[in-house]
Write a protein that binds this ligand. Structure first.
Ligand code: CAA
Length: 259
């Protein structure tokens, strides 16, 4: 899997794949080509049975400083409409496997929105999160105004979107944007630890669980409960459910095969 703007390691650790954004000179600004590469890599990894969890990361200085402003600066509305970059993002949103963001440095604008496409976030103490689009005369375009208030409070979302101010890792943790904050030298290894924990579970149950949690953002409570119930029943069609419950009864560690 050779790409120009990202590095992909399908077997970074057992059942764990890693995608690293790799435009360091531009602070990993998300040019259109980079986003297409992420979408392509995720499609391949999502279809690969040996992969159970996918980590998305940048480098110590930046996860990503947003969409590529230099690429967008001269565009008009119809150019943007025709480029239709957000259909690429829609595919990322549909990734079935758990996506964990390992964030250090800047996660801004589209970079922060990409973080919010992930299911969990591990941040280094140096991470900074923000939606600074307001400073350049636009608003978030990859879901920032919708996902942020669903993740933090309306007021924190308004603060970030209207002032463009960055928040540091500690505040991001306090408002619920990140799961854990660790020293910078540990942010990737700690993400791998979390990924390993998930990779040991039944991939079928993990998929049903991810789908069900995400469904809560788009349905009424009753519809969501029905969706969850169907996915719960679906787990009983798997060998992994038998293995998991038998292993509990037999007092041994379950070995899940994703069948
Ligand atoms: N697009 C293109 N290039 C970018 C970029 C971006 N979003 N962010 C940084 N860069 C480039 C800079 O132009 C610079 O390149 P040169 O060396 O060729 O000049 C290089 O990365 C390093 O950046 P700085 O010199 O600015 O580094 P700094 O440490 O002084 O500042 C920063 C860092 C605060 C992150 C600053 O770069 C910055 O404010 N970047 C823009 C952040 C932003 O506005 N993001 C939102 C983009 S719009 C968007 O994302 C829309 C959407 O919703 C999809």
């Amino acid at each position: 899997m050779n790409y120009k703007h990202i590095i992909v390691k399908p077997d970074y650790d057992k059942h764990i794949a890693l995608i690293q954004l790799n435009r360091p000179k531009a602070l990993n600004a998300l040019c259109l080509e980079l986003m297409i590469e992420i979408k392509d890599a995720l499609t391949i990894l999502d279809d690969d049975d040996s992969v159970r969890v996918i980590i998305l990361t940048g480098n110590e200085r930046a996860f990503a400083a947003g969409a590529d402003i230099k690429q967008m600066a001269g565009k008009g509305a119809i150019d943007m409409l025709n480029i239709d970059q957000f259909t690429t993002w829609d595919k990322i949103k549909k990734t079935k496997k758990p996506l964990i963001a390992a964030v250090s440095g800047f996660a801004l604008g589209g970079g922060h929105e990409l973080v919010m496409h992930c299911d969990m976030v591990i941040a280094s103490e140096t991470a900074k999160f923000g939606q600074p689009e307001i400073n350049i005369g636009v608003i978030p375009g990859a879901g920032g105004t919708q996902r942020l208030p669903r993740t933090v409070s309306k007021n924190v979302a308004m603060e970030m979107v209207l002032t463009g101010d960055f928040i540091d890792a500690q505040r991001a943790y306090e408002v619920g944007l990140v799961n854990k904050v660790v020293p910078v030298e540990l942010y990737l290894s700690e993400t791998v630890n979390v990924a390993k924990k998930i990779a040991e579970k039944s991939p079928i149950a993990v998929r049903m669980a991810k789908e069900s949690v995400l469904q809560s953002f788009q349905s009424s409570l009753d519809d969501g409960l029905m969706f969850e119930r169907k996915n719960f029943y679906m787990c009983f069609a798997s060998e992994d459910q038998k293995e998991g419950m038998n292993a509990f009864v037999e007092k041994r560690k379950a070995v899940f095969k994703g069948k």
